[in-house]
Design a binder for this molecule. Structure first.
Ligand code: COA
Length: 153
């Protein structure tokens, strides 16, 4: 488990019982949120899904898929009330740690070019832009590209 920098913060594997709390956050922070089924499928598929609790309250979560020595961060989320206080950085460090412990050599993620705060976080953690996936995301007016970012672990 990653170093716990913040008092009162616990990381633990996500369980089916967490999905009510996860779905209370997800639609409030994404224009095109994951469905409950997306999370349930991730759990069934054995992806590494984690929640962040602060003093017992679920304030963040994410999902990591490992394919051989490649880690793919599928979701990383902090509830809006708790954003901008370092929890996302700590959660990303946790997922990097998890990926390394699973033998990951590279970690990848997609991000919308418009998500400048997330890009700022990823760059400051050492991620580099690898390529652009054209029209990857649904958007208000058609589709939006994704930036594929990667980190050597
Ligand atoms: C992206 C997200 C997980 C980051 O978590 P967070 O707790 O808000 O981020 P942190 O407080 O740890 O900030 C980490 C870094 O992000 C960057 N950042 C945060 N807010 C920013 C802003 N408004 N503008 C630019 N950079 C910003 C900074 O690099 C910051 O580091 P610093 O505070 O040391 O300068 C969170 O904001 C979130 O859940 N957003 C909505 C969902 C989402 O977009 N997920 C990512 C999909 S790819």
């Amino acid at each position: 488990m990653s170093a716990q920098l913040k008092p009162g913060v616990v990381y633990r594997p996500m369980q089916e019982e967490d999905l009510d709390a996860v779905m209370a956050i997800e639609p409030t922070i994404y224009s095109h949120p994951w469905s409950r089924g997306n999370f349930a499928d991730s759990l069934k598929s054995g992806y590494s899904c984690w929640v962040v609790e602060l003093d017992g309250e679920l304030i963040g979560y994410g999902a990591l898929m490992m394919v051989l020595d490649e880690a793919h961060l599928l979701n990383i989320s902090i509830a809006s009330a708790w954003q901008g206080r370092g929890f996302g950085r700590e959660l990303l460090a946790h997922f990097i740690d998890v990926a390394r412990r699973h033998g990951g050599q590279m970690m990848f993620l997609e991000v919308r070019p418009s998500n400048t705060s997330a890009i700022g976080l990823y760059e400051s953690m050492g991620f580099n832009e690898f390529s652009v996936r054209k029209g990857y995301y649904p958007a208000e007016n058609g589709r939006e590209d994704a930036i594929l970012m990667g980190l050597a672990l």
